[in-house]
Each structure stands twice: as C-alpha cells, then as structure tokens.
Design a protein around this ligand. Structure first.
Ligand code: ADP
Ligand code: ADP
Length: 228
C-alpha cells in the first residue's frame, strides 16, 4: 500500500531529517512511527502526501511513485489528522466534516448522510453536534471532529500525526480505546505518529522505531514487548 525504498530527506538548510529509510505498510494495517521529538517522524508522514519531496529514494503509494502522481488526487486518497487539528472555527461541525465532499461536488443529500454517519461513528450524535461550532467543544470532541473530517471522502489511507498528543491523559486514553473500535469498522490503512512507546504498542499492528533520522526497528508489538 505504502512503501519507502531507501528514502533520504535533507531540508534546504542541510538538516538531514531521515536517512536511508525503508519499510512497507500493508493494506488494512496500522503502522506506528515512534521515537523522540526531532527524529524524522513528521517528515516521513509528509513524504507520503507530498507535503515534502524526498531528496533520494522513492515513496510508493498503491504501487507507483508518489512523485509521479497528481497531488490533488493523491490527497483525496489520503486523509490527514494533526495534533492541533486546524478545524475552521467559523464553520459548524457539520460543515467542517463536509469540507472534502463539497470540494468533490457530492450532492447535498449524500454529504448530509455522510456527515451524520461519521458523527455517529465518532460518538458525537449529529442532532446535538452537527450545528455546534468547534470553540464550543472540548479538546477530545474537537479531535473527533478532525478524525471525522479526515475520513469524510473515505480515504484509502489515514495519516495521523500525534492525533491525541494535545489531550489530557484520561481523554487521550478514552480516545485511543474508541479509535481502536473505529479502526475495525473503517478498514483503512493507517500511518500513526507518536513519541509515546505506550501509545505505539497499544495502537499499532506494526511499530517503526526511529532514532535521529534512522529507522532502527520495524516489528510487531508483541515481538518488541518480548525482546525490547
Ligand atoms: P519529529 O516528527 O520526529 O519530531 P521532524 O520530522 O519534525 O521530526 O523533524 C526531523 C528533523 O528535521 C528535526 O531536526 C527538525 O528540526 C528538522 N526539520 C523539520 N522540518 C524542517 C524544515 N522545514 N526545515 C528544516 N529542518 C526541518
Ligand atoms: P513536531 O515535533 O510535532 O514534528 P515541530 O515543532 O518540530 O513539530 O515542527 C513544527 C513545524 O515547523 C513543522 O511544520 C516543521 O516542518 C517545521 N520545522 C521544524 N524544524 C524546523 C526548522 N529547523 N526549520 C524550519 N522549519 C522547521
């Protein structure tokens, strides 16, 4: 589904963010990139949806080099959730979730049905939340809206960069549990970034451990637990 083949990213100022990174994300699985701040996790994510371009090596999505793919098409197939979610505060929850379907010119009824379906899935009953504005919600609720928005056009891949990072520990744990349930229903390939080893082991089918620009291990959580 997604493959990194010997990828190096050097920023214009000379910072080597990642060096010779190779790994493969299988369809339908969640791969977690874990490691300390500054080790190249966010850069790795941004190479998938072409927010950054590799300096060397190739990133494949669906069998072909992302650099050869149309950026707009690529981003339709790839949902993106970040820490400070960037919801549009002047737009209702419903309008936020409908952003991408509107760009895709879905008809009104299809959009409304999709918005309601996603808000239900995120445990935000549409009749109560559809017409609220993001500033009226809690941090955990806003993050759920962000996930709903990223899923709206049914992407093949969901990139999640510290999606629960800004939340208090209890809300964070609740959302992790909820998201594990949601994952089973949406059947989307997920690339998930966290600096928390605990979160990585909980959320991942595969763990990619980074250490200053290098991928040092790629394994299943149980193997990492047995042989850290
Ligand atoms: P992480 O997500 O693990 O915190 P990043 O991918 O954000 O790591 O950053 C990896 C390294 O690249 C860090 O040293 C960071 O400062 C640097 N970096 C990130 N973005 C840029 C940029 N736009 N220009 C220069 N250096 C950058
Ligand atoms: P995180 O650690 O969550 O990845 P950072 O705080 O490192 O985020 O980076 C925030 C933003 O600043 C990112 O978009 C990143 O690309 C950019 N950035 C990080 N380091 C640098 C840098 N040295 N020069 C320019 N931009 C940078």
């Amino acid at each position: 589904m997604i493959e990194f083949d010997d990828v190096t990213k050097v920023y214009p100022d000379g910072t080597v963010a990642i060096e010779n990174v190779s790994f493969e994300v299988e369809e339908g699985t969640t791969t977690v990139l874990v490691g300390p701040s500054g080790c190249g996790k966010t850069t790795t994510m941004k190479l998938v949806n072409r927010l950054e371009d590799p300096t060397e090596g190739t990133v494949y999505f669906d069998g072909s080099d992302v650099q050869q793919q149309d950026k707009i098409e690529l981003r339709r197939s790839i949902g993106y959730v970040i820490q400070e979610i960037g919801l549009f505060d002047h737009m209702t929850v419903g309008e936020n979730v409908a952003t991408v379907p509107k760009l895709l010119d879905w008809d009104r009824e299809r959009i409304d049905d999709r918005v309601d379906e996603l808000l239900e899935l995120m445990d935000l009953p549409p009749e109560s939340y559809r017409d609220q504005y993001p500033p009226e919600l809690s941090g955990g609720q806003r993050q759920r809206v962000g996930v709903a928005r990223a899923l709206a056009a049914d992407p093949d891949v969901l990139l999640m960069d510290e999606p629960f990072g800004a939340l208090d520990p209890i809300t964070r744990e609740n959302l992790q549990d909820e998201f594990l349930e949601i994952q089973k229903q949406i059947n989307t390939t997920i690339l998930f970034v966290t600096h928390s080893v605990e979160e990585a082991l909980k959320m991942g089918d595969r763990i990619a451990v980074f250490d200053v620009g290098e991928l040092v291990r790629y394994d299943e959580p149980r193997n990492i637990l047995e042989d850290p």
